[in-house]
Design a protein around this ligand. Structure first.
Ligand code: DAH
Length: 337
């Protein structure tokens, strides 16, 4: 028996010393416990008087071995952790992967700013469809089929009567058909024209404004535009109205703002004039009101329409409209809020 114990002690000691993992150590322990069980079951064949001495020996052996298992368990655990740390080692000097956050497009920034400015003056937003009928885009806006003013806007026709809207002015008609005055709306959106050069794009954005109520005059238009100009550009920006022509307004005006670059002294941006043309506007033509069943003897109104790209180009000093649509992030990230 004693020899058996000694050889088992030596065997298990070697095995313990060799194990490198918790799992391996557990397997050795199972082997040890099985062998120990065998030894203990052999005790029943011993003479009665030898049993206590032998029991003591077995107990000591068991305790000694368990102490060895525990000792090794600490070592193995440490080895395993070190291996794991080594595997998961992070090179903290390595440059990080850069994730770039998205940002709003300059057109969206300007559109939102315009909405903010006019919402502050009580305007509500109305969005019309991009595919329009000839009626809403032209005829109801006092521009019938044979009208020469149609030539001002080269149009994408989809069918005889359907087109990609050339102006957000179409929204004026939809709003006046839908609501009775007082009306005060802002209509932003994409418009399309068969037009393409450094300052024109076949798709661009406009912001339309329409106010209809009793007693509205050109003076109201001028006052609102002055407020818009001061908020959008600088507090010293001035507004100038020049006579112009649009079929849907009478009188019609072209609206200039004092040049934000030179303050009105004259520079390259304003071509030496001190003024920059920014939008079209006017008093809503009686015919347009009549087309929408609004009595022109009771109500008057003003309307204006501006190109959002144009405002963005002026505000940010962009000289080619195409850069707004190329989606080059090196360009776009300059306008983050
Ligand atoms: N729709 C015109 C254009 O696209 C701009 C415009 C001019 C809109 C005068 C208006 C207006 O509402 O009153 O050129």
């Amino acid at each position: 028996m004693k020899e058996k114990i000694e050889s088992l002690r030596a065997e298990i000691r070697d095995l313990i010393a060799q194990t490198q993992t918790g799992k391996g150590l557990y397997e050795v322990k199972v082997k040890f416990q099985t062998a120990l069980k065998g030894i203990m079951s052999g005790m029943k064949d011993l003479p009665k008087e030898e049993k206590p001495t032998f029991g003591k020996i077995v107990n000591e052996f068991k305790q000694a071995m368990e102490a060895q298992f525990e000792e090794r368990a600490v070592v193995v655990k440490k080895m395993e952790l070190e291996a794991q740390y080594e595997k998961e080692r992070i090179d903290i000097t390595m440059p990080g992967k850069a994730y770039k956050a998205g940002a709003l497009h300059p057109i969206t920034l300007v559109k939102n700013e315009l909405i903010d400015i006019f919402a502050g003056m009580g305007f509500k937003v109305f969005e019309g469809p991009e595919i329009e009928t000839d009626y809403y885009n032209f005829t109801a806006l006092n521009t019938p089929k044979d009208h020469p003013a149609r030539d001002m806007q080269d149009t994408f026709y989809l069918a005889d009567n359907l087109l990609l809207r050339t102006q957000t002015s179409a929204g004026q008609i939809r709003v006046m058909e839908q609501d009775a005055p007082p009306i005060k709306i802002l209509s932003p959106g994409r418009v399309f024209r068969s037009d393409d050069d450094a300052t024109h794009s076949p798709m661009f954005h406009q912001m339309e404004g329409l106010v209809v109520d009793k007693g509205i005059t050109l003076c109201d238009l001028q006052g609102m535009l002055a407020e818009f100009a001061r908020k959008m550009f600088t507090s010293s920006t001035k507004v100038r109205l020049r006579p112009s022509y649009f079929p849907f307004t009478e009188p019609s005006v072209e609206v200039d703002l004092s040049c934000s670059e030179c303050g009105g002294k004259g520079c390259r941006l304003c071509k030496g004039t001190g003024w920059i043309e920014v939008l079209g506007a006017g008093m809503v033509n009686r015919r347009v009101l009549e087309n929408c069943n609004v009595d022109p003897d009771v109500y008057t109104g003003f309307a204006f329409g501006m190109g959002i790209e144009r405002i963005a180009m002026l505000k940010y000093g962009i000289n080619n409209i195409k850069t707004l649509f190329e989606n080059d992030t090196r360009f776009l990230e300059q306008f983050e809020d």
